[in-house]
Unconditional design. Structure first.
Length: 94
C-alpha cells in the first residue's frame, strides 16, 4: 500500500506541510517535493507520474512522492518520530 505525503503525515500525527518541512531538513525531499535520492530510497519512496489532458493547455504532466508501506517506519526513524501503534485486529479468522 502506498500513501500520499498527506496520508503519511496524518498517520504520523503531522500536517502535510510539517512533514515536507522535516523531510526537506533531513535532505529526503528536494524543492519539488520529490525524493532527493530516488535510487537510494527506492525501497521506501517512489515518484508517481501523472498526466491529463487540458482543453486549452494540452497535455499536462505531474510528479508526486508516494511513501511505500516499509517507508512509514523508515520515515519515522529518519525524522525521529514515534510511529503510532497499529491497532490490533481482534476479529476471529476462520
Amino acid at each position: 500500500m502506498e500513501r500520499t505525503l498527506a496520508q503519511a503525515a496524518a498517520q504520523l500525527g503531522l500536517t502535510r506541510p510539517k512533514l515536507i518541512k522535516l523531510m526537506r531538513e533531513k535532505g529526503l525531499l528536494n524543492d519539488r517535493n520529490l525524493p532527493t535520492y530516488p535510487s537510494r530510497d527506492r525501497e521506501f519512496l517512489r515518484v508517481k507520474d501523472g498526466n491529463w489532458y487540458h482543453e486549452t493547455a494540452g497535455m499536462q504532466y505531474s510528479q508526486s512522492t508516494r511513501v511505500k508501506q516499509p517507508g512509514m517506519r523508515w520515515l519515522a526513524v529518519q525524522l525521529g518520530l514515534e510511529l503510532p501503534a497499529i491497532p490490533v485486529n481482534d476479529r476471529d479468522v476462520a
